[in-house]
Design a protein around this ligand. Structure first.
Ligand code: SIN
Length: 290
């Protein structure tokens, strides 16, 4: 068996949930065989969220593995990048020397990562570094199922429509709650202008349709009176996160979770203030939604 031969230990075990599978036996300490990579890629498309257990890898290896799926994106809040790793965003509620070491309220509202960019994220990888004894779960909602289950009248109300996504949609509200959130510079604001995205998108690799609006970033449906747009979005937000579409991930030490932002929305379930939580996130650039 050569160093990069097919791993016989690699197992993919689907969860009894609306999305998700566990990956056991992935060894990233040696080059990943093409056949193993192909199995992981296929499982990611089939299950939309993969949980890799016992990943004792440094950030550079997370970056390298993420790059197998496409170019990496850097978050506009570059002050929360891991020192020496501009493509790794630290997600943490920990303060050191009176300063937050990471983005403590990432995922406070349901969203799909970087949907406010012309080319939103294909997927994101989150690697646990320090976990709280309680809380700190991440929830994932399957937007293919949400689309499939949408009542016909709502489907025809949104088909062919576009909505505006804007990074600043909830920024001031979050800043009020969390004063450590930095004032954005003009250059940061200019880097994230509002973009128009389809309300229902087609997954470029599997061809399935998915709802693509979120409480965190969608401001309005275009070419619709404001009150109608608000009412429609409220209905879509409530529908898209119904319990029957949701998998709740309860983190275990060493977990690295890789989800498909073209298929899912996610939400940070919340961590008690007195408990420490720290994870490293990479995001992979996707296509222009259609
Ligand atoms: C995120 O939105 O990427 C963070 C999710 C989490 O912290 O659970």
């Amino acid at each position: 068996m050569t160093a990069s031969a097919l791993s016989t230990d690699l197992q993919i075990r689907p969860f009894d949930a609306p999305c998700g599978a566990e990956v056991i036996g992935l060894d990233l300490s040696r080059p990943l065989a093409e056949a193993d990579f192909a199995r992981i890629h296929r499982a990611h498309l089939d299950h939309h969220v993969l949980v890799f257990r016992d990943m004792a890898i440094p950030p550079a290896q997370q970056v390298e593995f993420s790059r197998r799926f496409g170019p990496l994106q850097r978050h506009v809040l570059s002050n929360f990048a891991l020192p020496g790793h501009p493509e790794v965003l630290v997600i943490s509620n920990i303060e050191e020397g009176g300063k937050p070491i990471g983005l403590g309220d990432a995922g406070a509202y349901w969203h799909s990562d970087l949907s406010y960019m012309p080319r939103p994220s294909l997927g994101s990888m989150l690697h646990a570094q320090e976990l709280p004894a309680e809380g700190g779960d991440t929830l994932f909602a399957n937007q293919h199922r949400a689309w499939d289950a949408l009542p016909a009248a709502l489907k025809s109300a949104v088909e062919g429509r576009r909505a505006e996504h804007w990074y600043l949609c909830k920024y001031a509200e979050l800043q009020k709650r969390n004063p450590w959130r930095p004032e954005l510079t003009q250059a940061q604001i200019d880097a994230v202008p509002p973009v128009a995205q389809p309300v229902v998108r087609t997954h470029p690799e599997i061809g399935r349709q998915a709802l693509f609006v979120s409480e965190h970033f969608t401001t309005r449906v275009l070419n619709m009176p404001d009150d109608e747009s608000r009412a429609l979005l409220a209905e879509l937000f409530a529908h898209s996160t119904r319990d029957e579409f949701v998998y709740r991930h309860r983190w275990q030490p060493g977990d690295m979770v890789f989800w498909d932002n073209r298929s899912l929305m996610h939400l940070a379930g919340g961590t008690p203030d007195h408990l420490r939580r720290r994870l490293n996130r990479t995001t992979i650039e996707g296509d222009e939604p259609f």
